[in-house]
Design a protein around this ligand. Structure first.
Ligand code: TYM
Length: 377
């Protein structure tokens, strides 16, 4: 197993990652505390969001009136798939529940620096498309600032210099596995991803999948020495690819990912052909022995995101397990759910075109962030 911000390989053992990364599992007591503020969404309730750093302190800060802010991001390199949206829906839940500021970084240099063949022109083709997908999630335009690194660089670079001076090469090598062949651009990039954690003198909470956690380790080493808070984080698992629950849905494997632009027919074909099934080889055998929902990708996707209703989910689980429900029936339920979701998403994405200026420049928070003098930059 290997999990870094740029590479996820092998069967992922999430408990082992928590130990290796030094994060904490989100336990029942912590969920109970969060639930006081708003009804938990399925991703929180069913353990897809499984690990954290200092979420308890974030809740303390909120209840003492000190408050906190949210930060997350997306590095464009191509179209977004459904997995990429998961951290954004988690972030939206937190913004809705706590009514706090949210910074969304669009590092339009990261993947260019990380991937040998990728050009900046190719990255730039996807920037606006990805931003529209993100706006479609439904953030508060006055409490959210979306910025591209190469465009907002003046607001980032002063803080970046301050951080960069505190991080030496051996730390960067140890955390990210850089070597003598790594280009110096990608070695500097982690500084850029840390900058937004210094946007406010409050604790930041960062929702992302667990692959992004290495960045926060650097931040947490240096922040207090600079008079800021160690950042907090919540980590989700990876939405698995269609081919099996142990991996990560990835842009480079187009048959096993569902893209936000996939047609209804694409979705149906991909699920029917590729979604790994926990069912038996023949209908007779399935009726007799039943299926295994724990390893069935269609069931897992319903459980992670697509079936919010606990009673309905339990019925699907029980019927599938007993053999009453066939794999083809389970898959049909998922196909309908995904297609409903994508239809709705496409409508919201079309509406997002007229909101983009507000999120990037004119909304309350965006305006404040572009006022460099006020921000002492
Ligand atoms: P990127 O663009 O690779 O991914 C965007 C977000 O999606 C998460 N993610 C997934 N979540 C669930 N299932 C999957 N299969 C899956 N694949 C990716 C990522 O963890 C990420 O949260 N370096 C970042 C961009 C970034 C960022 C941030 C992310 C800049 N600042 C702050 C999180 C927080 C990146 O390349 O993400």
């Amino acid at each position: 197993m290997q999990v870094t911000p740029w590479k996820v390989e092998g069967a992922i053992d999430y408990n082992k990652l928590v130990k290796e990364f030094g994060t904490k599992l989100i336990d029942k007591a912590l969920l109970k505390r969060i639930e006081k503020y708003s009804k938990l969404n399925p991703m929180l309730r069913r353990g897809f969001v499984f690990s954290h750093r200092d979420l308890d302190l974030v809740l303390n800060d909120y209840s003492s009136g000190e408050g906190f802010f949210l930060y997350t991001g997306r590095a464009p390199s191509g179209p977004m798939h459904i997995g990429h949206l998961m951290p954004f829906y988690i972030t939206k839940w937190f913004q809705d529940a706590f009514k706090v500021n949210l910074y969304i970084q669009i590092p339009d240099e990261e993947k260019f620096l990380a991937k040998k063949e990728l050009t900046l022109e190719e990255v730039d083709k996807w920037v606006i498309d990805n931003i529209l997908d993100i706006i479609a999630v439904g953030f508060d335009p006055d409490r959210t600032f979306i910025f591209q690194d190469r465009e907002y660089i003046k607001g980032l670079y002063t803080i970046a210099c301050r951080i960069a001076k505190k991080v030496n090469i051996s730390t960067a090598k140890a955390v990210f596995g850089f070597n003598n062949e790594s280009n110096i651009g990608i070695m500097f990039y982690p500084i850029m991803q840390n900058v937004p954690t210094f946007f406010e003198k409050k604790r930041g909470l960062i929702p992302s999948a667990i692959d992004q956690d290495p960045y926060w380790r650097i931040q947490r080493d240096i922040a207090e020495g600079m008079g800021y808070f160690k950042t907090a984080a919540v980590h989700c698992r990876f939405l698995p690819p269609l081919t099996g629950i142990e991996g990560k849905m990835s842009t480079s494997e187009s048959d096993t990912a569902i893209y936000l632009h996939d047609s209804q027919e694409d979705v149906r074909k991909k699920i029917m052909k590729y979604a790994f099934s926990g069912g038996q080889a023949t209908i007779e055998e399935h009726r007799k022995k039943g299926g295994n929902p724990e390893i069935d990708v269609s069931f897992q996707w319903l459980s992670i995101f697509f079936e919010e209703d606990d009673t309905k989910l339990k019925k699907i689980h029980d019927d599938y397990k007993s053999g009453k429900m066939l794999t083809s029936e389970l898959k049909a339920i998922l196909v309908n759910k995904i297609n409903d979701f994508l239809r709705d998403h496409a409508r919201k994405k079309a509406d997002a075109v007229k909101l983009i200026k507000q999120f990037k420049y004119d909304g309350k928070l965006a305006k404040k962030m572009w006022d460099f003098e006020k921000n002492n930059l």
